[in-house]
Design a protein around this ligand. Structure first.
Ligand code: AMP
Length: 114
């Protein structure tokens, strides 16, 4: 989608600090990091929200989570611990309408989140 910032990053129109790209997902560092490691893992196809996932997306979501775990390991977080979180809708604070999973780590993370 031409007006989607994450679609524009995936296509290369907008620069980002890229971590990983394959046929299904793209991962890049968050421009406003909330932890020493803050990476966004996004599907290459535009899906606005978790509410829009269908049964056909099961493999995609599994691949996103696997990619997040692999990046966590490469960032040295496997033993320390990390968080993978996806915000859905206004009360969760979703600000970009293209599904993205946050990988956060490198410091002690509070719970519950604000
Ligand atoms: P959320 O609030 O869960 O929708 O998360 C959206 C995230 O996207 C925020 O953490 C933003 O800092 C991040 N973000 C927005 N624009 C960019 C960008 N151009 N490059 C990297 N991260 C971005």
């Amino acid at each position: 989608m031409a007006d989607c910032i994450f679609c524009r990053i995936i296509s290369g129109d907008v620069p980002a600090d890229m971590i990983h790209k394959d046929e299904m997902v793209t991962a890049f560092r968050d421009v406003n990091p909330q932890a020493p490691t803050h990476v966004l893992i996004v599907p290459n196809k535009h899906i606005a929200s978790l509410n829009d996932l269908t049964g056909e997306d099961k493999a995609l979501v599994g691949h996103i989570v696997q990619t997040a775990v692999q990046i966590a390991s490469s960032e040295g977080l496997a033993e320390r611990g990390f968080r993978v979180v996806a915000n859905c809708g206004p009360e969760a604070g979703q600000s970009v309408d293209h599904i993205h999973f946050h990988l956060l780590g490198g410091r002690a993370l509070g719970w519950p989140p604000g």
